[in-house]
Design a protein around this ligand. Structure first.
Ligand code: PEP
Length: 252
């Protein structure tokens, strides 16, 4: 039985704790009923501790949207891997295109990835080209992003790594990438990982697709795109749509 991984990135939403609790509760209710789907939601930092109350057992896992690489010290506004670990966070999104657009470099991303792995939290490394050209330059761009983002990560550490392929032009857009192209890109990412770490490691690294996924296109993207799961933005804060998405994926 193949398990799928669905990760919801709430980004800077919602504005109130009350609304956050409502969205969380509906994700929790449905994820407790799923058989083949692992669900992670990544709310803003400020809501994490509310959802990580250890007395409440749930199959819904909680992730963070970023982390800093240092352990502690004079780093105003930052959150350390240990703080997240102590809270019970299992996943961290790292290198999202919206953070890269704010100036996050691949050097910084690679430090964050290593810091998450060192402490035993799964990093979700986001990669993706800004635009497509007709000469295939976007493939080199993607390869460089992956290599640079992982340059501090040794083979023995990558078993917890997850890669999310998110072409920038498909994020927050009307349509997702077509599933056949998603398939090509997931194979390409496996090939790049295989060149760095070897065949078995590449095959066992989950590859997710992200960019305008909703309950209508999720099944085709997973089955025809042959990805291990999805990174979902807008649809993850639309409770009705997210519940429906999880239901249809779990039936696969
Ligand atoms: C994202 O930003 O990671 C994302 C996938 O967003 P959306 O689903 O809204 O396109």
């Amino acid at each position: 039985m193949k398990r799928r991984l669905i990760i919801g990135n709430w980004k800077m939403n919602p504005a109130t704790l009350e609304e956050a609790r409502r969205i969380y509760q509906s994700a929790k209710n449905i994820s407790n009923k799923l058989n083949k789907t692992d669900v992670v939601i990544c709310p803003p930092f400020i809501y994490l501790s509310t959802f990580l109350n250890k007395k409440i057992q749930s199959s819904l896992k909680i992730g963070a949207q970023d982390v800093f690489f240092e352990e502690s010290g004079a780093f105003t506004g930052e959150i350390s891997p240990m703080m997240l670990k102590n809270l019970g966070v299992n996943y961290i999104i790292i290198g999202h295109s919206e953070k890269r657009a704010e100036g996050e470099t691949e050097e910084l991303i690679s430090k964050k990835i290593q810091a998450a792995l060192d402490i035993g939290i799964s990093p979700i490394l986001c990669v993706g080209e800004k635009e497509r050209d007709t000469h295939g330059n976007y493939l080199d761009i993607l390869k460089t992003q992956i290599k640079n983002s992982l340059n501090k990560v040794s083979k023995k550490h990558i078993s917890k790594l997850i890669v999310a392929y998110e072409p920038l032009w498909a994020i927050g857009a009307k349509d997702a990438m077509d599933p056949a192209t998603v398939h090509e890109m997931s194979l390409f990412i496996k090939k790049v990982l295989s060149d760095i770490y070897g065949h078995d490691e590449a095959l066992s690294t989950p590859i997710l697709y992200g960019g305008s996924v909703n309950f209508r296109n999720a099944v085709d993207i997973i089955t025809k795109g042959e990805v291990d799961g999805l990174l979902v933005g807008r649809e993850s804060i639309n409770s009705t749509g997210f519940v429906e998405l999880l239901k249809v994926v779990d039936l696969l």
